[in-house]
Design a protein around this ligand. Structure first.
Ligand SMILES: Nc1ncnc2c1ncn2[C@@H]1O[C@H](COP(=O)(O)OP(=O)(O)OP(=O)(O)O)[C@@H](O)[C@H]1O
Ligand SMILES: [Mg+2]
Length: 206
């Protein structure tokens, strides 16, 4: 599967989600993470992990270009799964990444401002969808378990008819501290997100 992690708003958890998801998908088959963001955060994450002597379970390349959809086609042949990390401000690149994908995962952090800003991304997906049969799901990220915002956001988005994943990533230093590190056995909520993405049978929420 080729999955693009998207949200035109910055700082919603795209790169963190792309990295953890790539690790979870790598357990299921050969996986490539494509960094489509000129900021190159996923690439620096992987370089920093490898400088520490770690070997990541997936390959990483940087392709922050408007024709990434053309380049990914060739690359994808060698992989079971490809994860595209997309940039926030670069509409043309984000659009190209969505064009390359079978599925979009919209990483949304459930604050009022983030919910307000998610429409632009949904509109972009709606524009691309007829061209490549793109499916999409919303993944709630950076959810503060102490507040109601996660539950409220889920409710609002369900009312809007948006497909919200059961998996929900809490705001924890476990995820932010992972930047620059190779990931261990525990992939937190992303194991469940990967299973859901692939349509594997997922157990109930504990
Ligand atoms: N579940 C989480 N819990 C705590 N911190 C998180 C979580 N997910 C992401 N973060 C932190 O939030 C910040 C933004 O995350 P990240 O870089 O993944 O977002 P992004 O959408 O890729 O940002 P950009 O739009 O700039 O590319 C980072 O400091 C990251 O470590
Ligand atoms: Mg990013």
């Amino acid at each position: 599967m080729i999955v693009a992690v998207a949200n035109l708003k910055g700082g919603t958890g795209k790169t963190t989600s792309a990295f953890f998801l790539a690790a979870a998908l790598a357990r299921r088959g050969r996986t490539l993470l494509v960094d489509c963001d000129p900021q190159g955060s996923a690439l620096s994450w992987s370089e920093s992990a490898e400088e520490d002597g770690a070997r990541l379970p997936f390959n990483v390349v940087g392709l922050p270009t408007r024709d990434v959809h053309k380049k990914v086609r060739g690359l994808a042949e060698d992989y079971r799964h490809v994860v595209l990390d997309t940039p926030p401000g670069e509409l043309a690149i984000a659009r190209a990444a969505l064009l390359a994908a079978d599925a979009a995962l919209v990483a949304v952090s459930p604050t009022a401002m983030d919910l307000d800003r998610v429409m632009a991304t949904l509109e972009l997906i709606a524009e691309v969808e007829p061209l490549n049969d793109l499916t999409f799901q919303v993944l709630l990220t950076r959810v503060r378990r102490i507040s109601r915002e996660g539950r409220d956001a889920r409710g609002v988005m369900k009312e809007m008819g948006l497909p919200v994943m059961q998996a929900e990533v809490p705001q924890l230093s476990f995820y932010s501290d992972a930047f620059g590190e190779a990931l261990g056995e525990d992939l937190g909520e992303y194991e469940r997100a990967a299973a859901e993405l692939l349509g594997e049978k997922v157990g109930g929420r504990s």
